[in-house]
Design a protein around this ligand. Sequence first.
Ligand code: SGN
Ligand code: CA
Length: 540
Amino acid sequence: MRILLFVLLLSLCIAPKDTVSIEKIEPVEKRPNIIFIMSDDHAYQAISAYQDNLIQTPNIDRLAIEGMRFTNACVTNSICAPSRATILTGTHTHINGKIDNHFPFDTTQVTFPQLFQQNGYKTAMFGKLHFGNSPKGVDEFMILPGQGNYINPDFITTNGDTTRIEGYTTDIITDLTLDWLQRESNDEEPFMMMYLHKAPHRPWWPRPDKFAEFYTKQFPEPETLFDNYENRGTAAKTAEMNLLHHMMYNHDSKVRPETMARMGEKATPKVNEYNNGFYGPYNRATEKQKSQYEPTLDAINQFFEENWPTMNEREKMQWKYQRYMQDYLACISSVDDNVGRLLDYLDDSGLAENTIVIYTSDQGFFLGEHGWFDKRFIYNESFKTPLLARWPNKINAGTVETKMVQNLDFAQTMLEAAQIKAPDHMQGESLMPLLLGEGDDWDRDAVYYHYYEYPSVHMVKRHYGVVTEEFKLAHFYYDVDEWELYDRLKDPNELKNVYHDPVYQDTVKSLKTKLANLRRQYKDSEALDQKFIERYKAKK
Ligand code: SGN
Ligand code: CA
């Protein structure tokens, strides 16, 4: 494997540098290296620095202990590729055009790695990007095509080839990252590295040892696991992301298609014909790897066959929740181990001192809250995202920042840290004052959100909204015209829409004004909403 990697990396030719016109500023002090770590669908509830009853993540937690933890970081559009487009461009998705996972990303736009590259930084990217096109502004990359695979993944390389590497994706992405750091980091030029995990994205295939380990564990259920969506709008009731009704037995819960076929009617209700959801990912494994997965698969399948027919609905939900958490958290355990490998390398090589390490996810995720998996909604678990940042001697250790920040702010933050001027069209704000403990004048009191991917998988309706510390107001549109208001302080689980409650009518009025102002400020409009709907219909 190491030899293969070496030959492969040797054969990579360096991509021509992209040309974008930017203003150069002479750095006044030694510029820091930056490592931007992003996992895919990593809920803050599954990082022990945020919530410690599901999993211990001692390595990721180091960033909180040695740096800053943001408790109110959120995304502008809770879905993968749009979030990445916002991070790369520093603009809302209606501006950069990547409003959903389907439409291609317009690569003529300036992305922040290009600015680093133009300003004397070495740049690299390893892992999941999730655009159909190759990243610009990175000297070297190895990215997963599309969603990528957990087992023996393929990678697109800088010279345009696709190559398969045997092993487990989270380990391999880290091997590639460490290998690049060993080869390329030096004292003269700073670097900006994007280290991007596929895990813990669906379908959750852990490494075999973690699969076995986590199958023995049981996890506490969230308060709202059995939510019946009363007192909410149509969107919550019609979304297709309920563990009992929409999570797939083969694809997600690892019930073999043969087990279900043998059980026949006893496997009902809602047996889905999604065999390839199981064998698509699993058949990538070698015979040796399969022999490591088989004992756990046998145990799961035996349990299912023996118990499922006599379980009631509640028990079925509980079983599916446990299966979900076992595999999702096992994937995260590998992420945490590998973040530990990276942090150890930074310590041992002496790089840690002058390197900013950021840890985030492309959005949040439901871990059974409201009975759901997946994301998309403006509701807390998917709207918020983890954000940790360590920068020795700059960020005070163990600090907690409660201000509302967004993935929209990341590009400008990293650019300012590197003393590179951000283009004026970027729409976020640099988080540097907050990181340096100088945030007294930070005056953002509301953030804007807009989700578009509907009708599509999981059927979460289009909506936009405004979120303040106290309230959340959202407008669902397209095939409904419904408003929802949540009192975040009185109803933290967002179980009661108070939009029509007479007590809240002044709040509704003032938030609608705030929302209209934000839409104007960020250049969003009904005309744009309509344009994106027409574009969607034209493609269908
Ligand atoms: C896949 C998943 C969905 C998920 C989307 C988007 N299905 O379609 O559950 O919502 O990706 O996720 S699966 O068959 O691949 O498991 S995103 O993070 O890329 O936006
Ligand atoms: Ca994602």
